[in-house]
Design a protein. Structure first.
Length: 170
């Protein structure tokens, strides 16, 4: 099944989508998760201000849970997390935070000057489109996104991502 999300998503819909897919990953972690974005920030991705997601990660406080925290939690659950971004000063803060929190045996970071692709690929979905993983990308800019759950599409993208960015073989 393929679901497409197109431009004109509201400033609330994209954060809600990111929260849903991140919570799903924490509940049933993929063997490998790829996050590809030329510009990336430690954006909030899970609203835990009411302690709604305490069962997912007991160490989380009542706060907005940021992308680096979620990815680090996934590495601690045995998910290989591959992040690709541009070698830009903007990205360094996020990468430093992720490096400090993650299980480094399950973290793979890549920098590429020519990177323009954007998306997240897991065992169960592929989110791609024009959105960078930054505050403006998820809340301000009008973006075009595609959310796909078709297993053949996911398998094809896994082959492409592994060839370019590494990751687990299954």
């Amino acid at each position: 099944m393929t679901r497409y999300l197109h431009s004109r998503l509201t400033s609330r819909q994209v954060p809600d989508l990111l929260q849903t897919i991140m919570v799903a990953e924490l509940i049933a972690p993929s063997r490998c998760l790829w996050l590809i974005s030329p510009w990336i920030s430690d954006i909030p991705v899970i609203d835990n201000t009411a302690n709604t997601f305490l069962a997912l990660e007991p160490s989380w406080c009542r706060a907005q849970i940021r992308l680096a925290q979620v990815l680090a939690s996934l590495t601690k659950q045995g998910t290989t997390v591959c992040v690709a971004t541009r070698p830009d000063l903007h990205n360094n803060s996020f990468l430093d935070t992720l490096n400090a929190q993650a299980d480094l045996d399950y973290l793979s970071l890549h920098k590429a000057d020519e990177l323009h692709s954007k998306g997240i690929l897991s065992d169960s979905f592929y989110l791609s489109g024009s959105m960078n993983f930054t505050f403006n990308g998820i809340t301000v800019n009008q973006e075009t996104l595609s959310y796909e759950t078709d297993l053949a599409t996911i398998a094809e993208q896994k082959l492409n991502f592994r060839a370019r960015w590494g990751g687990n073989r299954s």
